[in-house]
Design a protein around this ligand. Structure first.
Ligand code: ADP
Ligand code: MG
Length: 259
């Protein structure tokens, strides 16, 4: 895939993501400790770090799937201070800004591929069924899966299901996309077709935060690399630079394990 296949299918407004002094505990487990992170509009941040370091929790706090204890989250023009009373309308606005893709696809098993993509547009954006399904078909065609529209997800391979999950998120016109280990559940060669779609999306100008162990993707597609350990950011900067000359011993150990 050499030309950005998604570029013409979606109009990408390029919002930045700004996390300020974010903290989150589960009981006495201080999972995120005063995290601040800036993701420039249209850039790709790769987020790496050992299991349990808080990467998923950070992503989930950005769209308030988890309520942070402290800190502010801003995506585009929408900003929420977790310590103030949060109005539903603000929460909805923030969630509309960001699309999320999980490791485990999370497609609705009882719906066709087409309905999986159209239904959220109808529910969340109030689009007509016709408009939502038309958009779903356009996007499915862009990722080479139009012929799967009337099948159930169980009839699709893991790589196809993950591309469908990406399309489902994109159909809601997010200004930024969060990916939580999107290829970890896939065989390496199947993962490549998902990474190709993500690379294409990045080239289209989408703002992305990608939790991943795919170091080649992080180096080639990432504009910025953030390394987490024990609930904090221990190192960040240019991906190639950090991978070739990590400043922190813990970064070095992590890279040795995954590279
Ligand atoms: P990572 O994605 O880097 O592997 P996570 O964010 O999933 O890390 O987890 C960080 C820590 O937070 C772990 O100790 C995990 O057990 C804990 N944790 C995550 N989610 C919950 C939850 N809903 N309830 C209690 N503890 C949680
Ligand atoms: Mg995780």
């Amino acid at each position: 895939m050499t030309t950005p296949i998604l570029t013409k299918a979606i109009d990408i407004p390029r919002a930045g993501v700004e996390v300020r002094n974010l903290s989150k505990s589960f009981g006495s487990n201080h999972v995120l400790q005063n995290i601040s992170m800036t993701v420039k509009p249209g850039s790709v941040t790769a987020l790496i770090g050992p299991s349990g370091s808080g990467k998923s929790t950070l992503l989930r706090c950005i769209n308030f799937l988890e309520q942070p204890d402290r800190g502010t989250i801003a995506v585009g023009d929408t900003m929420i201070d977790s310590e103030k009373t949060i109005r539903d309308i603000e929460l909805l606005a923030l969630r509309r800004e960001v699309g999320m893709v999980f490791q485990s696809f999370n497609l609705f098993p009882h719906m066709s591929v087409l309905r999986n993509i159209a239904f959220p547009q109808e529910k969340i954006l109030g689009r007509s069924r016709e408009e939502a399904e038309e958009r779903a078909l356009t996007l499915l065609a862009r990722v080479g899966l139009k012929d799967k529209a009337n099948q159930h997800p169980s009839r699709c391979s893991g790589g196809q299901q993950q591309r469908i999950a990406i399309v489902r998120a994109l159909a809601l016109n997010p200004n930024a996309m969060l990916f939580d280990e999107p290829t970890s559940a896939l065989d390496p060669e199947i993962g490549l077709e998902v990474l190709a779609v993500m690379r294409d999306l990045a080239e289209s100008g989408m703002t992305m935060i990608v939790v991943t162990h795919e170091m080649q993707f992080a180096r080639d597609v990432g504009d910025h690399l953030v390394v987490m350990a024990d609930g904090g950011i221990i190192e960040e900067g240019n991906p190639a630079q950090i991978m070739s000359a990590p400043q922190e011993e813990r970064t070095r150990r992590f890279l040795n394990a995954v590279l």
